[in-house]
Design a protein around this ligand. Structure first.
Ligand code: ROI
Length: 162
């Protein structure tokens, strides 16, 4: 059984509800229907395209799914929630990114793990460290070494009552 971390992001069509619904769907992938979820954060859109602020969070679960099976399952949930893959770096109803699959480092045609951009993204690192403050990334870097006040200031924590 493998512990995995998944980043959630949404900035269209009631983004908070998109995350709530996604968490319900993620339970079906978890070995024990148990999903831990970080606080939700509001973050300014990264990238050049003008678009609404995002709601972001990170979820953790244990699963028996193989990496590609998990990727397929995440993409199915995205599609069920109306995700249309059109504009690169454009707005989206739901984005589910596989951040970490145990300690594995994978470079497959469809999947790179750890997620290529995670170490640069405050809206990933801050909720990830809420869930797992002692985490050591597969490259050997402790998550705590990547978190600082500037990074924290880039995201605004919302309620934790989800
Ligand atoms: N920006 C923020 N703040 N949050 C996201 O989840 C997010 N996702 C993306 C891009 C367009 C890169 N920007 C983002 O895919």
């Amino acid at each position: 059984m493998i512990r995995v971390y998944i980043a959630l992001g949404a900035n269209l069509e009631s983004p908070k509800e998109q995350l709530d619904d996604a968490i319900v769907a993620l339970r079906s992938l978890a070995e024990d229907a148990n999903v831990q979820v970080s606080p939700y954060y509001r973050s300014a859109p990264m990238g050049e395209i003008e678009q609404p602020d995002y709601i972001n969070a990170v979820a953790c679960l244990t699963t028996q799914l193989a990496p590609i099976e998990l990727l397929d399952a995440l993409q199915t949930i995205e599609q069920q929630q109306g995700r249309v893959r059109n504009v690169r770096w454009g707005a989206r109803t739901l984005d589910l990114d596989l951040l970490l699959y145990g300690d594995e480092q994978l470079s497959l045609p469809r999947l790179t793990v750890p997620h290529y951009g995670m170490k640069q993204r405050s809206f990933v690192l801050v909720p990830l460290s809420d869930l797992a403050p002692q985490l050591i990334l597969p490259c050997g870097t402790p998550i705590a070494a990547l978190i600082n006040d500037n990074l924290r200031a880039e995201v605004k924590q919302l309620g934790t009552d989800h």
